[in-house]
Design a protein around this ligand. Structure first.
Ligand code: ADP
Ligand code: MG
Length: 347
């Protein structure tokens, strides 16, 4: 009998999430001319023959990986599952229109739990003016899985990709960063305290803002509207799901540019700053690598600066450099340090 040859085995963690996606992307080139853009941006872009492009994006939330039901209310989870998809449509400068919901459920969940989840989904439908148009329901052994696919549209001359920014353009962000991450730290701490002593009440006083940033993030569709009102079309854009550093690396690598951010310009709420210090986390690390804030990171032409400078929600954090200058941070101490993307390492 012949000995079986040893099969090659490559660990997914050696590729990482981005490496894996890149590998899949290389194997699938769209064959229809209507598939304007496939894998690689916040949403796929499809030309259906109308005046607008159709946008399509999908995101999945898995219990134990993306959420912990011991502190995440199902209603908030339903809302968040829609919001994170709407955020990807917004990141293309688009307007969300329809979505489907696919659920993996175990018998651990009673009807009342599903009602709560859908109450949150309904709230998101009203808030983002988007229609639930279908889905799928299946069983799982234990955990809850929610996968949402959203469709949106954008005028052809208004579409914004991750690729497209050029040297000297301004780098902007909508709102403040790091809050969702610090909210998660607080929730995790209170869970540990509760597990050690179930009589203890959670200590969330004064942390409402960051806890809400974690549990009920908002997609910045309002910013898309605002930019339209101001007559500004960003030259590149991405939503911040994994963290500012990681998303900036995506913009820079796809646009083949470098960038400089100014530490003193990085937007952070006081409670995020104070909680970072309380947890012995450098506040700048919370802002750069925190993730899940679902703010928009975008670039604009210098000449558009006058149009945005009055808007307190648009913060200018740096500018685009030539590629050979790299992606760097100028610290408060005037040092130049390279920015490295941490992102999520799922595997
Ligand atoms: P985002 O954080 O904006 O949701 P992702 O990093 O999840 O973006 O995805 C980046 C790109 O890779 C998107 O175009 C997405 O559709 C695509 N993608 C992610 N996972 C897969 C997969 N398993 N198969 C094919 N495409 C994928
Ligand atoms: Mg995205």
């Amino acid at each position: 009998m012949q000995k079986k040859t040893e099969q090659q085995r490559t660990e997914l963690k050696d590729l990482g999430e981005f490496g894996l996606i890149h590998r899949i992307q290389q194997q699938f080139t769209p064959k229809h001319p209507e598939s304007i853009l496939g894998i690689g941006d916040d949403a796929a872009v499809i030309d259906t023959g109308a005046d607008t492009y159709t946008l399509m994006s999908t995101d999945m939330l898995v219990e134990g990986i993306h959420f912990d039901l011991s502190y995440v209310p199902l209603k908030h989870l339903g809302y968040k599952a829609v919001a994170v998809n709407v955020s990807d449509i917004a990141a293309m400068n688009g307007t969300p229109k329809q979505f489907t919901v696919s659920l993996g459920l175990s018998n651990r969940f009673p009807l009342e739990a599903i009602d709560e989840l859908y109450a949150g989904i309904k709230h998101a439908c009203d808030n983002y003016n988007i229609d639930l148009v279908g889905g799928d329901t299946t069983s799982t052994r234990t955990g809850l899985v929610i996968s949402i696919t959203a469709i949106g549209e954008v005028a052809k001359d208004q579409i914004v990709y991750r690729k497209g920014c050029k040297e000297n353009e301004l780098i902007c962000v909508s709102g403040d960063l790091g809050g969702a991450y610090m909210g998660l730290q607080v929730l995790e701490r209170e869970k540990q305290v509760f597990m050690a002593n179930p009589d203890m009440q959670p200590e969330l006083d004064g942390k409402d803002y960051i806890v809400r940033r974690q549990l009920k993030p908002e997609a910045r569709t309002d910013m898309i509207y605002e930019l339209r009102e101001l007559g500004v079309v960003p030259t590149s854009m991405i939503d911040i799901s994994d963290g500012l550093a990681s998303e900036l690396m995506h913009l820079c690598s796809q646009s083949e540019v470098g960038a400089i951010l100014y530490e003193e310009h990085l937007p952070i709420a006081k409670v995020t700053y104070d909680t970072s210090v309380e947890f012995n986390i450098d506040p700048t690390t919370s802002v750069l690598n925190g993730g899940e804030d679902y703010e928009l990171l975008f670039t604009i032409k210098q000449e558009d600066y006058d149009k945005i400078k009055q808007n307190a929600e648009i913060i200018e954090i740096g500018y685009v450099l030539p590629k050979d200058k790299g992606v760097v941070l100028k610290t408060k101490g005037e040092q130049i340090v390279p920015i490295t993307a941490q992102g999520w390492k799922h595997f």
